[in-house]
Ligand binder design. Structure first.
Ligand code: GLN
Ligand code: ZN
Length: 764
């Protein structure tokens, strides 16, 4: 018999119950008990509904109120000193680590967040040093295993593996230079031993141990650590399903197949090519192979025939009892259920599968491979064949105008007319900005009133005219506010945008939208990625009207605001039938037209945000060049169609790009703003080392937390930046958009920012 498995599930709940409860708890509106209850209900529903779909291995322990890596840190006592001894309850320490805390005399910033591999999910980075005293504060794996059992579901608990946990950690401030978190493995293993011993005692037959680090190039140097860890753990643990995802094992398979584990999971959605090599490596062992054939990263219905073919190949080599059909990764990156979508057409609905539907898919594929004659299985196979055929037919249609335009792109379309040094002079005259110009990243607080107005428009309770008037007033308020506090390069505040990707998708051809398809980005922040289903083009201007309105109410220069092609692509669910490169270039052409239209309308600075350019980077280095070529070309294509006097900006929400620096340079944006508030000054040294000569706005404070940075704190930050960067290059700005913030902290923070910039003008 071929078994089926799901590696992890969305945490939000079909009706966003968890998000709402977490936010209500933060607001002091509900108690810890209420929060626990809301979470328990959602977990129970997930477990039972996955089981009802016929899945053999149902995950538990993957649920989280904020982030699963943070859960491990809290459980292992990896809690930085700054959060301890402040009189906070454990749950509040946990949330303080995730999002910072500023209340009742407690003032601590959030821990650093990083992207989870190549996804748009962010994890809270654990901080460790030789002083870290690992101990098991609580055993979430056991607790949730029991909780599921009580709900009638025997699960396969999910635990993040010790090697991945440490490799994802960073050295804390106290650690000596050169300290490597992985050196703590011998100290951490006893805690895992306790965790897994208890799990076995609680009756778990299997445990899923995630070691996603194994798909990275760096894992090849970790053979010794992996061997040590799994030799220590497997004798005392339940049967270990060693789980990898998002890319391929490549040469690491040679040592992975020798580890004393009972099972190995590989991602055949992202890396179908690895099957042969992995089969050859595990064949002589007794390892059960779990095949990730149903995508945990996309929303397209699985092609059963193709999955069955892969499954059969594995069965022919290993026998049915050694094969499991699984989702490629956790379904965390997909929405809960298609059943919540009321507005998709029947044709569209037939193309997609969300998490619950995917659970049914793995069960059906496994049943088919087990030779099931069950009528329901036969019917599901037949229905899938029909759906896939219909989708292929739809995919064969194309927009020839766009296809031809992409084919005709020439190298000169990617370059500005003059080099940066020339442009800089022209722009200085045109924009007339002071030294250390202050600006923001685009959005201002998306208040309840703004969201309500949008909802009312959606329901037809107000007219488009009334809505437009409302937006105009919001823009004017934001403009007046910026004038009042003395910002130099203004923005319109983006009140008209529901989301930086959705807003553009809605105005482009080729996209489909959902009502309820929320996917976690970080903490309680969820996004609703649009779906690209066909060729993309721009029927007309998208932002010109609002940007020119904003410019019309002020003498100060207004910065136009667009989301870049690579980010729109990465934060959408892409098509699976054509390359990402083609989709990105189609988006770039649409944005190029928009940029040109904005300049014609009198806008003199335009920011094209590309926060996702790094996230889209393939996990294996050998795939980088090809990606970076088309990604950077796409950005350049969208921004290079303007005159020298237009100042282009770009924004990235992260700062580790030491390793892709030449590509950042090749973007040739006049100004780039980056996150530098949490990531020390390492990055600025990289700019210096490469002799980066365009302008830079390293974020001077962290907007991901409600905490207000003091004026002195910002001055100190500017001073340390100016110790590295030439003063002619520096812009002063927060590290990201302000849409998730309230007005109170926004005003206080920006006033301090402007004061710090004024101080810098006098001091440097
Ligand atoms: N302009 C966008 C904003 O300010 C950028 C957001 C982002 O980089 N994530 O909201
Ligand atoms: Zn950002």
């Amino acid at each position: 018999m071929v078994a089926s498995s799901v590696l992890g599930f969305p945490r939000i709940g079909a009706n966003r119950e968890v998000k709402k409860a977490v936010e209500a708890y933060w607001a002091g509106k509900i108690s810890v008990d209420d929060l626990t209850k809301a979470a328990a209900d959602v977990k129970k529903t997930s477990w039972t509904s996955i089981k009802e779909r016929g899945v053999d291995f149902v995950p538990s322990g993957d649920f989280s109120l904020y982030d699963h890596v943070l859960d491990h840190s809290a459980a292992f006592n990896v809690v930085p000193k700054r959060y301890v001894g402040q009189g906070l309850a454990p749950i509040d320490i946990y949330f303080a680590m995730g999002r910072g805390r500023q209340a009742d005399k407690v003032d601590v910033p959030a821990s650093e967040m990083k992207k989870w591999f190549d996804s748009n999910y962010h994890f809270v980075v654990p901080e460790v040093s030789e002083e870290t005293e690992f101990k098991l504060n609580f055993n979430k794996a056991v607790e949730e295993f029991k909780e599921a059992k009580a709900a009638g579901v025997t699960t396969r608990p999910v635990v993040l593996g010790p090697v991945s946990f440490l490799v994802l950690s960073k050295a804390s401030k106290e650690a000596p230079a050169g300290f490597q978190p992985i050196s703590l493995l011998p100290k951490l293993l006893p805690v895992y031993k306790t965790l897994l011993t208890d799990l076995k005692a609680a009756g778990a037959e299997w445990v899923q141990i995630d070691e996603p680090i194994l798909v990275l190039d760096t894992a090849s140097a970790l053979e010794k650590q992996y061997t040590t860890a799994y030799e220590a753990l497997s004798p005392i643990a339940p049967k270990i399903m060693l789980t990898t995802y998002f890319s391929r094992l490549d040469s690491n398979v040679s040592f992975v197949a020798k580890l004393p584990v009972a099972g190995l999971h590989i991602d055949l959605d992202r890396a179908p090519g690895q099957l042969d090599e992995v089969l050859a490596a595990v064949k002589p062992t007794s390892i059960v192979l779990s095949l990730g054939v149903v995508s945990g990263r996309n929303i397209w219905k699985a092609d059963f025939a193709a999955a069955i073919k892969l499954g059969q190949k594995a069965i022919d080599s290993l026998g049915a009892d050694r094969v499991i059909i699984a989702t490629s990764s956790s379904l965390l990156h997909t929405p809960v259920t298609l059943a919540s979508e009321k507005k998709l057409t029947a044709e569209q609905k037939d193309w997609f599968s969300f998490a619950l539907e995917k659970a049914a898919e793995v069960a059906t594929i496994a049943a088919a491979l087990s030779g099931s004659q069950d009528a329901a299985v036969t019917a599901a196979l037949e229905a899938n064949k029909v759906s896939i055929a219909k989708r292929r037919e739809f995919e064969s249609t194309s927009d020839d105008t766009v296809r031809k335009r992409v084919a005709a792109i020439t190298p000169d379309q990617l370059e500005r007319k003059s080099p940066f040094a020339v442009r800089k002079e022209i722009q200085a005259k045109h924009l007339n900005l002071p030294k250390f110009p202050t600006t923001t990243i685009g959005s201002f607080p998306q208040t309840k009133e703004i969201r309500q107005a949008r909802a009312k428009l959606g329901k037809g309770e107000i007219t488009t005219e009334e809505y437009d008037d409302f937006i105009k007033k919001e823009i004017e308020t934001v403009v007046r506010f910026q004038e009042k506090i003395g910002l130099d390069l203004l923005v319109h505040g983006e009140p008209e945008r529901n989301d930086m990707v959705q807003y553009f998708g809605e105005q482009l051809n080729g996209f489909v939208f959902t009502q309820n398809a929320w996917v976690q980005s970080y903490g309680s922040r969820y996004v609703r990625p649009p779906i690209i289903v066909s060729d993309v083009s721009r029927p007309g201007p998208m932002t010109v009207r609002w940007s020119s309105y904003a410019q019309s109410v002020t003498e100060k220069p207004m910065k136009g605001m667009l989301t870049g092609p690579v980010t729109i692509l990465n934060w959408s669910f892409p098509r699976a039938d054509v390359s990402r490169e083609l989709q990105s270039k189609q988006l770039a052409l649409a944005l190029r037209d928009e940029v040109i239209d904005l300049e014609k309308a009198g806008i003199s600075a335009i920011q094209v945000d590309e926060p996702a350019i790094r996230e889209g980077l393939p996990l294996r280095r050998s795939d980088w060049d090809a990606y970076l070529k088309w990604a950077v070309d796409s950005f350049k294509l969208s921004t290079a169609g303007v005159t020298d006097q237009l100042q282009t900006h770009s924004h990235f929400c992260y700062s580790d790009f030491d390793d892709i620096f030449p590509s950042i340079q090749r973007l040739d944006a006049d100004v780039i703003s980056i996150e530098a508030s949490k990531a020390d000054m390492k990055l600025l040294n990289t700019f210096k080392q490469y002799g980066y000569s365009n302008q830079i706005g390293p974020g001077v404070y962290d907007i991901h937390s409600p905490r207000v940075p003091g004026e002195q704190e910002i001055k100190d930050r500017l001073a340390s930046m100016l110790a590295i960067l030439p003063d002619s290059l520096l812009f002063v700005n927060p590290d990201c958009g302000l849409k998730t913030r309230g007005w109170k902290e926004t005003e206080a923070s920006l006033v301090n920012l402007v004061a710090a910039a004024q101080w810098a003008r006098q001091t440097y």
